[in-house]
Design a protein around this ligand. Structure first.
Ligand code: PGA
Length: 250
């Protein structure tokens, strides 16, 4: 049985004052949810704040990106061990916004992915197709290629230490979520592809859906056989909505 997981991706939002209110409300809201893991991925400057507030609570914290290399000459870089230093357990890798706006490729995402694993962090590896790709019936090809960038390089075993997220680009940051059936179809495809390499890993790896998750559509999405939780953007900035989504997973 895979334990449900809900991850809030705050993106480039927050302030010390706002984060405190938000985190305190989330911590209080999820404290009695015993069947779901709740994570917030916060901007780098607020990792220390997240650690101070969430330590000893049910809320786990993580980051939204990392550099693939160790400490060294890389102005503006944040290394895997720095995230570990701040108690992070999770880190998002290959989010579509980084693939589109920050020149992330399958190769650079794979390098970050394995750097996270080596540091003992759990990468949340994002995959998803554009609207045009879906309309051309290329969803399986695109998602398969993104998944293979990990599977082919590192083998299926590493996925036992990772989380996968299917995030169709046409659903991220829009008000146009995938239907539970549309999402389930791709999740099943992902799991089958992994099963061809390793049936045990395929059964145990958590595959999250992301893209316009709200309290209203979360229950139906999370009821799908291969959907093990969600990666939540906008609604993770609203404590009441985020807690409601965690409760749906619970
Ligand atoms: P959204 O973002 O929930 O605002 O669509 C999801 C994501 O980018 O992870």
């Amino acid at each position: 049985m895979r334990r449900k997981l809900v991850i809030g991706n705050w993106k480039m939002n927050g302030s010390i004052a706002k984060n405190q209110l938000l985190l305190e409300a989330v911590i209080a809201g999820v404290q009695d949810l015993h069947h779901v893991d709740c994570v917030v991925c916060v901007p780098y400057p607020y990792l220390g704040q997240a650690q101070a507030l969430a330590q000893g609570t049910k809320v786990i914290w993580g980051a939204q990106n990392l550099c693939a290399s160790e400490d060294g000459v890389l102005t503006g870089g944040v290394s895997p061990h720095m995230l570990v230093d701040y108690g992070c357990q999770y880190v998002i890798v290959g989010h579509s916004e980084r693939r589109m706006l920050s020149h992330e490729t399958d190769d650079t995402a794979a390098a970050r992915f394995i750097a996270a694993i080596k540091a003992g962090l759990t990468p949340i590896f994002c995959m998803g197709e554009t609207k045009e790709e879906r309309e051309s019936d290329w969803t399986d090809y695109v998602v398969g290629r993104q998944l293979d960038s990990i599977l082919r390089r590192f083998g299926p075993e590493v996925l036992a230490k990772a989380v996968l997220a299917y995030e169709p680009l046409w659903a991220v940051g829009t008000d146009n979520p995938a239907t539970p059936e549309q999402a389930q179809q791709v999740h099943k495809f992902i799991r089958h592809r992994i099963a061809k390499c390793d049936a045990h890993v395929a059964k145990s790896v958590r595959i999250l859906y992301g893209g316009s998750i709200q309290p209203s559509n979360a229950p139906a999405l999370f009821a799908m056989h291969d959907i093990d939780g969600g990666l939540v953007g906008r609604c993770s900035l609203d404590a009441q909505a985020f807690v409601a989504i965690c409760a749906a997973a619970n």
